[in-house]
Design a protein around this ligand. Sequence first.
Ligand SMILES: Nc1ncnc2c1ncn2[C@@H]1O[C@H](COP(=O)(O)OP(=O)(O)OP(=O)(O)O)[C@@H](O)[C@H]1O
Length: 236
Amino acid sequence: MTAPLLTVDHLSFGFRDRPLYEDLSFTLPRGSMTSLIGANGVGKTTLVRLLMGELQPNAGTITFTADMKLGYVPQFRNIDSEFPLTIASFVQLNQLGHGFPWHTKREKVALHQALAQTHLLERRNLAMGRASGGEKQKAYLAQALLTQPNFLILDEATASLDVNTKEELMGLVKELNETLGLTVLFVTHDLGLAKAYTDQYLLLTPGHYEMRATDQMDIATMPDELKSGEEEEAAH
Ligand SMILES: Nc1ncnc2c1ncn2[C@@H]1O[C@H](COP(=O)(O)OP(=O)(O)OP(=O)(O)O)[C@@H](O)[C@H]1O
């Protein structure tokens, strides 16, 4: 058994008038891909916020290995078609050293690597506003990869994409998982993607949770609101 990158032990959390989890325990083995699934409002985003240290548990612990380095990939939102920055500039937007646009050699190498890893090198000079939904989402992924994380949280990152583009993005994430050994937590409503691309799933339902290998996932017995496989915020 691979040593866990993350251990959540007897976690309880709730907002003042709304308990969300009671005694939640699970691990993310190093190099594993895990789906976090559950209906709207069950507490997926809140769990991510707890993992990121934005919220503190009411009880229990969240422990990462000392070398954990997190990259966070949000769902891309509307980007105006006139948005002028190129994909390359967008990718390095948050991690610029001083003196933009005169990057250090190290920053240039890191950018090249992140663009190559997301298959965006040939598209790097395209304006973000003109990029496809898949390219925009890959640019967000490249932004997260720029700091060379070993743990990636994909927060509904496939939700704005059409079916083929979802598959393409998940194929790419799987490739990064296999080649770089990245540990991945994939927040989604899409059971099909969870089953096809991740090793284990954490299903949150009100007052309960289930952590299993995805080859044991029986979509027919999953909560009805998840079965449609539809995600919020359809294609832009
Ligand atoms: N800061 C807050 N204060 C009080 N209640 C909150 C706060 N943030 C979220 N909640 C409530 O906690 C519950 C869980 O919210 P959360 O956003 O974690 O759900 P979710 O599973 O991510 O939903 P979705 O799939 O719609 O994104 C919801 O009822 C939400 O209204």
